[in-house]
Design a protein around this ligand. Structure first.
Ligand SMILES: Cc1cc2nc3c(=O)[nH]c(=O)nc-3n(C[C@H](O)[C@H](O)[C@H](O)COP(=O)(O)OP(=O)(O)OC[C@H]3O[C@@H](n4cnc5c(N)ncnc54)[C@H](O)[C@@H]3O)c2cc1C
Ligand code: SF4
Ligand code: SF4
Length: 396
């Protein structure tokens, strides 16, 4: 730039609910992450955390449900919080890492790949994989980094397997929230309660659709609402299922009552352990019909904007694969290893896990629709052409 030129002014951000509705909700990009709901300073965005729902909607009807009176007067908070609105991926990337991902970085930018497990046997046993997420939350509490963790719990006594967002305030509540549920839990929603309780230093556990919320809020300078989010712990994720799968498939076809289920996991198949000790595997292709609407266009398998993303695709079931992404994630990881809170080993040697991480990330990115901002699709290799059918045997 010559010294007579003035730097280009950043464009003023004017997009409000009207644009959010048209470009994200009505277009099928909305994941139901509830970022817009908790960001709205006027509390005019509603959300039903229920079977077949998990989508935001406007509560005021004065301008119809597709426009917002506060937006018309200049409020832009909902679009500043939405991790599917326009250039969300490059904006969050640049804010967190100072650069956008390279085209070949299918599972996002990172510093370290580790396989980890909690040193404490109880935490390890209760955790879904290595219990790393719970061990990290406990460690953050014990070292006075946080005063609350937004996580997912089971409603009531847990027998209906209804996942609900909530806050863990101590070790006991962290252990109560451990393990994975494969229906949706918009943990972001627990933020309102955290505000009411006056909690100011939060860890946030969620799938990629949710853990991109704080980074896009920071990048788009939303202000106060983004400040309490300190640690972002991501969960690798290909999809969640609608709650109806329990009645319509597991019970109706396989006679598996949700009240009798003890644990579930997804490892190539939907695995269910029953309280009577029996174990069942259901083909994922069969479950496909119950994929939650909000997951169908999601390009982010690897929770690419978390401080540390975690998954269960390691060779051994009882270790958590950790993708350490930010400096903050690295600092906590190093300190946890030094203090003996977790056991860690390099993950690159687990070839199967590395291959799966890349493949599943590519599969998710391929779902991102053509009409949307192209960034998440950059570098994604096209699917291999199907082999032509074998020629019919010559007639004799
Ligand atoms: C819906 C879903 C899909 C997943 N898909 C994959 C996958 O395809 N491949 C893969 O490798 N890993 C996947 N994971 C991640 C994996 O199941 C483990 O959560 C991860 O490895 C961490 O294990 P851990 O033992 O360290 O966690 P834990 O110590 O058991 O802690 C798990 C944390 O996840 C939270 N949580 C549980 N269920 C939900 C939910 N439904 N929504 C939001 N938060 C929740 C809990 O509150 C807890 O804080 C998925 C997780 C979820 C929730
Ligand atoms: S993706 Fe999230 S923030 Fe965006 S409209 Fe949907 S619920 Fe709101
Ligand atoms: S696939 Fe997972 S990360 Fe993507 S929208 Fe669904 S729940 Fe969120």
């Amino acid at each position: 730039m010559s010294n007579t030129e003035t730097p280009a002014k950043a464009e003023r951000w004017t997009a409000q609910w009207k644009e959010l509705y048209e470009e994200v909700i009505n277009s099928g990009l909305c994941t139901g992450c509830a970022g817009c709901v908790v960001a709205c300073p006027h509390d005019v965005i509603g959300y039903k955390h229920e079977e077949g729902e998990y989508k935001p909607f406007h509560l005021e009807e004065d301008l119809g449900l597709t426009n917002c009176g506060h937006g018309e007067k200049g409020c832009t908070s909902c679009t500043r919080a939405c991790p599917r609105f326009r250039e969300w991926e490059p904006q969050a990337d640049t804010h967190l890492f100072g650069k956008i991902r390279e085209p070949e970085q299918m599972y996002g930018q990172y510093q370290q790949l580790l396989l980890c497990r909690a040193s404490d046997d109880t935490v390890h046993k209760i955790g879904q994989d290595g219990g790393f997420v719970s061990a990290m939350l406990i460690w953050l509490f014990e070292h006075d980094y946080i005063d609350g963790a937004l996580a997912s719990f089971l409603d009531g006594d847990g027998s209906n397997w209804k996942a609900v967002p909530g806050i863990a305030h101590n070790k006991e509540e962290i252990l109560a929230s451990a393990g994975s549920r494969y229906t949706y839990s918009a943990n972001t929603l627990a933020f309102k309660q955290a505000e009411e309780e006056g909690l100011k230093r939060l860890a946030f556990v969620g799938m990629g659709c949710q853990t991109s919320v704080p980074p896009v809020m920071w990048a788009r300078k939303i202000g106060k609402v983004s400040k309490p989010f300190l640690f972002n712990i991501g969960l690798l994720c290909s999809k969640t299922f609608d709650d109806a799968i329990f009645e319509e498939l597991f019970w109706a076809k396989y006679g598996l009552k949700k009240e009798e289920m003890a644990k579930m996991n997804i490892k190539g198949a939907f695995q269910i352990w029953m309280k009577d000790g029996s174990f069942h595997e259901i083909d994922l292709k069969e479950c496909h019909k119950w994929t939650r609407e909000g997951c169908k266009t999601c390009p982010d398998f690897a929770a690419e904007h978390a401080d540390i993303s975690t998954g269960g695709i390691g060779e051994d079931n009882d270790w958590t694969l950790c993708v350490v992404r930010t400096d903050l994630g690295r600092e906590v990881m190093d300190r946890m290893i030094q203090s003996g809170a977790i056991i860690a080993r390099p993950a690159e040697t687990d070839e199967k896990a590395m291959k799966l991480l890349r493949l599943l990330s590519i599969t998710s990115r391929r779902r991102w629709p053509e009409f949307a901002n192209r960034a998440p699709a950059v570098g994604v290799p096209p699917p291999k052409p199907k082999a032509p059918p074998a020629p019919a045997p010559a007639a004799t």
